[in-house]
Write a protein that binds this ligand. Sequence first.
Ligand code: DC
Length: 230
Amino acid sequence: MTGTVDVVAIDGPAGTGKSTVAGQLAQRVGAHYLDTGAMYRAATLAVLRAGIDPADDAATGPVVAAADIRVSAGADGATIATLDGADVSREIRTDEVTAAVSPVSANPVVREKLVALQREHAVDDFLVVEGRDIGTVVFPTAALKVYLTATPEARSERRHRQNLAAGRASDLDEVLASVNRRDHLDSTRAVSPLRPADDAVHVDTSDLTLQQVLDRLTELVGERIGVRDV
Ligand code: DC
């Protein structure tokens, strides 16, 4: 890392509140926010649109390599994702994409491209980056690494409530099965499996409110990075 970039890496499995926490933390401390899961989701959408089997690495690699994927944060902090110039922010959150994202994100060609893209965001800046391998692979020298955890039940409950709030049909048992399936795939894949960095601070969010998690992380940013003029 260059001396001018401060990175807060937030990793952990699905449903720990990572996206909400990372986005709001970035706003609180005046950092840019990067949601790397949105990149893997946009890559998956490109694969689905091409009508290719998401598990066929030889076929998905070239499709993702040719795709123009961009992720940024809007004025309200929400993630904006574009694929080949068109806004796909909503489309990348569908069940179809969620069901296909694990095999696509296990493809080494896909990871190589997206990790390079993620590192391009670290230019003379203050960044909160959220994902699965940020502290271990993408930014191993991050000033602060946080590993968010929560029980599978607490995580499924949250995802279920988010689905309902967004007007999406949702079945709690199915959400739990999907969370367990993705955890297994994400943590057992050969390339960049989900695991905490040795120097990550673990925060279990099962019994914490969003405000409590944000307060804890803001405190950690203050200790490790200090208050930045941005
Ligand atoms: O955080 P999310 O649910 O939007 O992530 C979608 C998928 O992308 C998730 O199943 C794992 C994968 N992912 C990854 O492999 N590496 C990252 N840095 C971020 C997400």
